[in-house]
Design a binder for this molecule. Structure first.
Ligand code: SF4
Length: 318
């Protein structure tokens, strides 16, 4: 198999919750540590779509930002087409990566024209005016928007059109890899499927690779080749979409799927119990405070990922 387009090894992102206040300084205490991403190792192959699912606050977006080089890891390694991302080369690598944010109402600058928003990445990369014009025409056509949108502002567009503009901006510099953070969650149900179909079409036409971050299993089912379930900063199950959805191994993935009885697009209801704080994580398996199958060893020993058939799962049941 070729070198993965993206690979992470033992990736961690810890940060301090809030600033060090006066009392903390007097008592020489650090603000608490948030373990947003904790020891995540994943790979995405060229042309592959990996769906990253889990409840809000499980670290999905932070992982996406790390992979997009928008955040610096606390520890661990990221490789892009086999090349390790370092302080010296991250700017060059970032040109080949893009991230599309959740809310098209907030992610587009309201003062800029659509043409200026879409072609801004090319301006930063030093493309000539003629090259920018040509790329603008190409990507607007690819995302199904008329050239007449060029001088309009985001406020003149519907939610679906704005997300198409966000996608056009993300592909204008012909990146190899795009992280899509909840790309449809701010859109009406009728527009969601249009944007998903657009993303599938673009992937087929341009061989893009995506990580699609979503709390919506139906979105992951529709678009992903493989699914990774994330819980409390860790990936707990990873495998081909059909297998994970037909026969989920990890009790957390099972709980997520119970809330999606049909193929229709539907919000994931949270499994029973509270999501643990990333500041004060449970010992052992982080899911043990909510797991119906909890055993004594689960409370003290953190299971590592192991292969179960074609799926990787971190659970003492296997
Ligand atoms: Fe449940 Fe134990 Fe598996 Fe964790 S390791 S998911 S607590 S059975």
């Amino acid at each position: 198999m070729d070198e993965p387009i993206v690979k992470t090894i033992g990736l961690k992102k810890y940060f301090r919750a809030g600033k060090s206040g006066l009392l903390n300084r007097i008592f020489r205490q650090e603000p608490p540590l948030v373990k947003a991403v904790d020891n995540v190792s994943i790979e995405v192959q060229s042309g592959e779509v990996l769906g990253l699912v889990g409840e809000s606050g499980c670290g999905k977006t932070t992982l996406g930002r790390l992979i997009s080089t928008l955040e610096t890891p606390t520890d661990g390694e990221i490789f892009f087409t086999g090349q390790k991302v370092t302080r010296g080369n991250w700017k060059a690598i970032r040109r080949q990566l893009q991230m599309v944010f959740q809310n098209p109402y907030e992610s587009l600058d309201p003062r800029q024209s659509i043409k200026s928003i879409v072609t801004e990445p090319l301006l930063k990369l030093g493309f000539s005016k003629a090259e920018r014009e040509a790329q603008f025409e190409k990507v607007m056509s690819a995302v199904g928007l008329d050239q007449n949108f060029a001088q309009r502002r985001p406020k003149d567009l519907s939610g679906g059109q704005r997300q198409r503009v966000a996608v056009a901006r993300s592909i204008v510099s012909t990146p190899k890899f795009i992280v899509l953070d909840e790309p449809t969650s701010a859109l009406d149900a009728s527009v969601q499927s249009q944007v998903l179909n657009l993303l599938v079409g673009l992937r087929n036409d341009f061989n893009f690779s995506y990580i699609v971050i979503t709390h919506n299993i139906a979105v992951a089912r529709f678009i992903s080749d493989r699914i990774a379930t994330m819980y409390a900063g860790q990936v707990v199950e990873l495998g081909p979409t059909d297998m994970v959805l037909k026969d989920p191994k990890h009790p957390y993935t099972q709980a997520l799927l119970k809330s999606v009885p049909t193929l229709e697009i539907k919000r994931v209801e949270p499994p029973h119990g509270e999501v643990p704080s990333l500041i004060n994580l449970p010992s052992g398996c982080r899911f043990h405070t909510r797991c119906p199958y909890v055993m004594e060893k689960c409370k003290t020993q953190d299971p590592e990922m192991r292969k179960v058939g074609d799926v990787n799962v971190a659970c003492w049941l296997y």
